[in-house]
Design a protein around this ligand. Sequence first.
Ligand code: SF4
Length: 119
Amino acid sequence: MGKKGFILCVCQGTCPSFTKMDIFAVLSDVRREKIFDYVCLHPQLCVGDGEEFLKVLLSGGETDKLYIAACDPQMQSKMFRDAFEAVSFDKANHIPLDIRNKTTEEAVAAIKELAANNP
Ligand code: SF4
């Protein structure tokens, strides 16, 4: 069975939208819950090397669903479309979440809810 992956993208860690949360605490809590098969942090998925990261990550075909907590879901769809198309990753299996302006607890709760609603 394919794996469920989770990426937290944080606008280089300098954007005011991410100052309320402890990004490593968010990742640690999510790991502890074992909601996903793997989790990772990326500083800026929407630039060239971020697109490259997505292509490398998904090119083996082992990831069934990719949950991305970052900015606006519609923006995510547009920004990651080329990378998904390049490796034939079905965009329907990209599950986006807007994680901005949340505290650590709010972010973890939102991620859990996202996963529960999109098994
Ligand atoms: S994908 Fe969204 S959250 Fe990530 S760096 Fe780009 S704008 Fe920021």
